[in-house]
Design a binder for this molecule. Sequence first.
Ligand code: ADP
Ligand code: ADP
Ligand code: MG
Length: 490
Amino acid sequence: MKINKVLIANRGEIALRVIKTCKRMGIKTVTLYTEEDKHLPHSYMSDEAYPLGQGTLAETYLNQDLIIKIAKESGADAIHPGYGFLSENTEFCKRISEENLIFIGPSVSAIELMGDKKTSKVKMEEIGIPLIPGYHGDNQDAEFLKTESKKIGFPVLIKATAGGGGKGMRIVRTEAEFIEALEGAKREALNAFSNDKVLIEKYIENPRHIEVQLVSDGQNNHYHFYDRECSIQRRYQKVIEETPSVAFGSELREEICKTAVKISTGIDYVGAGTIEFILAPDNNFYFLEMNTRLQVEHPVTEMVTGFDLVELQIRAASGEAFNFKQSDIKQTGHSIEVRIYAEDPDNNFLPTIGKIQKIGHSKEEGVRLDCGFADGTYISVNYDPMIAKLIVFADNRELAISKMNTAINEILFNGVKTNRDYLKRILNHPKFKSGEIHTHFIEVYADELKPQEIPFEEKAGLIAASLFLNKNNTVAGTNSWNSIFNFRNI
Ligand code: ADP
Ligand code: ADP
Ligand code: MG
């Protein structure tokens, strides 16, 4: 069925991202906005926008009744959920199809199967996919789980089966710590997911997080769009992503991509999805989980393959058979994405708020900014602190890092403290540059990633420049001392 009008059940950068592709495909868009979001671009860049009023997330962006009502009233024939929010909510998917609307995403059964870390592992075992040694059975008795952990061998990782966003996970290094860690993980899981079931995995030391982008068209054609390396993480959340990964050569890449396609075929998947793997230092890789939606870091894949993943999602959801072959999908050049967070890395990463005076932009080719804010809009603590993604594309990794260094200086987010300088410090760390990265990079090099003490002579020069700028300041309300620091390449 042809899709003519899409309601986007999300906000910010991902809502704008979906609008962009819909426009190109001649599809009308409907967006939603809360009172707080009424000045954000997603509220005026769509063909129609409807207010959700004021209230909690449950009353606004997660309000299924209201969203479906707006979809019906506006005459939308499909709903794109973006990521987060309702994107992996099976009840929402069911209700959408009951209303004869199209959910731009996989089937309810695929989300149900893969959305749970336990059921997905059972299925992976069945189709012969390598799993991290561990226990993912039904027995939740604390002593039993401790005995299983001893069999697996410490350190182990306790994980919420319903987990996501790094919540409900605890590393346990010794038997003595087990019970307390288990209670902590269960408490956090119950709070975040209303489900306190856990599983146990062998904790792999210094692994890489490698994932494979998949898209299937619903006509039994399953494709991979290569790998992404997402090892630069803080508290299990990705901060910098890139493709291709420097971790392996073409042989291992092919093997890991083929394994991902085997999963997609094995579960009759439809639409875009990501298989996350843990790559151990000995080059063994293991299935971690599947994300049954568009991923935050999808742009790097678009940069190196030239495919528009949102377009493929829409075409798959409308029942179209893709007219290309796996061999038509090529991975060319190198792409890096940094996630810009409204947070203060120098103050325990506390969320920051404020009015964005100026975002800035880069004119360089191969630089993409996915951002849901505009100059003069506000950032609050009511939503996710990720405010933008900056993506670059270049011929190779070295050039991509260098291009990111330039672009990040041009995209400044003046007025709100962000993790921008912190990102620069990661990008310029010798171990990042040489590609020697793993999921504990940020932890291991924490001291080196702190701002360096500025030499006295340099400080004096900056003060002089600040005094000069104070006289010539053109950006209203900007403290020139801060703006100099924002421009510093540290
Ligand atoms: P990605 O690799 O795309 O970042 P994540 O699992 O980190 O994948 O999730 C993407 C977004 O969805 C993040 O903003 C995260 O906070 C949110 N998210 C993920 N899982 C959940 C969940 N179970 N409940 C609420 N939000 C979630
Ligand atoms: P989430 O649903 O929260 O994204 P994942 O299972 O994908 O949970 O794990 C998130 C991150 O935690 C991974 O990217 C990786 O850095 C780390 N991790 C997960 N499992 C293991 C493991 N068994 N050993 C070491 N690190 C792990
Ligand atoms: Mg994950």
